[in-house]
Design a protein around this ligand. Sequence first.
Ligand code: KIV
Ligand code: ZN
Length: 388
Amino acid sequence: MTNDKNRVLIFDTTLRDGEQSPGATMTHDEKLEIAQLLDEMGVDIIEAGFPIASEGDFEAVRDIAEVTQNAVICGLARANFKDIDRCWEAVRYSERPRIHTFIGTSPLHRAIPDLSMDEMADRIHETVTHARNLCDNVQWSPMDATRTEFDYLCRVIEIAIKAGATTINIPDTVGYTAPRESADLIRRLIETVPGADEIIFATHCHNDLGMATANSLAAVEAGARQIECTINGLGERAGNTALEEVVMAMKVRHDIMPYTTGVDTKKIMNISRRVADVSGFQVQFNKAVVGKNAFAHESGIHQDGMLKNPQNFEIMRPEDVGLSATNLVMGKHSGRAALRAKLHDLGYDLGDNQLKDVFVRFKALADRKKEVYDDDLIALMREAGPET
Ligand code: KIV
Ligand code: ZN
C-alpha cells in the first residue's frame, strides 16, 4: 500500500464491530451508503461485516465489495473452514479482498471452545493456511490478546505468520489495557516474534475504561501501523477507538506523533452525522472532534478570546473536520463582545449605549432560556424599536 514507515493504515470496523453494538443494526442500503462514504474519505480497509452471521450480512459484504473503488474490503471469520469459505465468497468481489480470521487466545477465551494450548495452535495453523490459500491478504487476530500469556501469544503469532498472515491484529477485546502496557506489548512482540518485520501489526482497542484512543496511539508509537476504529467510537459496550479521534490527534499533534493517514478529515463531520442517523446512536454533545459542542463556545471570556484569535480556545480549525464555522452560542454566560459580533452578523450595528441597553435585555432573556437563538435576538431588536 505504501512504503512510508510513518504511514498508519486506518481500518474501519463501523460496519462490523460497530454494528455489533446492541441496537445499532443498519439496513443493507444504509451499510452501502456508509461504506461508500468511508471509501471516499480515504479509509484504507473497511471491515464490511461478518458474512457467516446472516444472509443479510453476507449480501452486504458482497455488495460493498462490488461497489467500493479504493479500500481493501475485509470480512470477519471465526477459526473454522466454513466461516472462512463464506467470508471469501463475499469479499472476493472486491478488487482488494481481505479475510480476517480470529480465535480467543487468553486462558478465559481458550476455555470457550475447550481447546488445549497445542490444539489451539494447530487450529490456528490450519485455518490461517486455509485462508491464505484463498486470498493473498489475510489478517489474523488473537482475541483478548492483552490478557493472553506473552509466551503463548508469541508462539501463536509466529504460527499465524508462518501460515501466511500478512497482518497481525492485537485486540484489547475488553478494554483492559493502559497506554504504557499497550505500547510495551507491541514493542516486545515486534522484538520477539520471528518474522514480525515482514507483517503489519494492528491495534484494536475497546473503550471500557475510556482509554481506547490513548491505547491505540501508544501502540502506534511502539510500531503498530494499522489502527482499527469506528466512526463516533460506535461498538459493543463502551465502543471501539473513535476514528475521528485518532486521525485528528495524529494531525493536530503531528509535532510529537509524526504519523500520517490517508483520511480526508474534511469528510469527518458528514460521515459522523450519517452514522449517528442510521445507527440511531446520537453523538454526545461533548464528544471529542464530532460532538455538537466540540467547536461551540458560550462563556464571555472564551467568546471574546475566540473573536480576537480562534487559536485562543480551539486547537483544530472547524473547516478541517468539515464544519463551516465555530459556533458562538448565545446564552447567559455570553459577553458583550459576542453579542455585538452576533448582532452584526444579523445586520444590526449598534453604538455603545444601544448595545448596553440590548445587553441588559439579552441577559434577562438568557436567564429564562438555555440558549438564545438568532430568531430570539431578532425579536429582541424588533421590540427595542427603530432607534436601535
Ligand atoms: O474485540 C475483538 O477482539 C474483536 C475481534 C473479532 C478482532 O473484535
Ligand atoms: Zn472488537
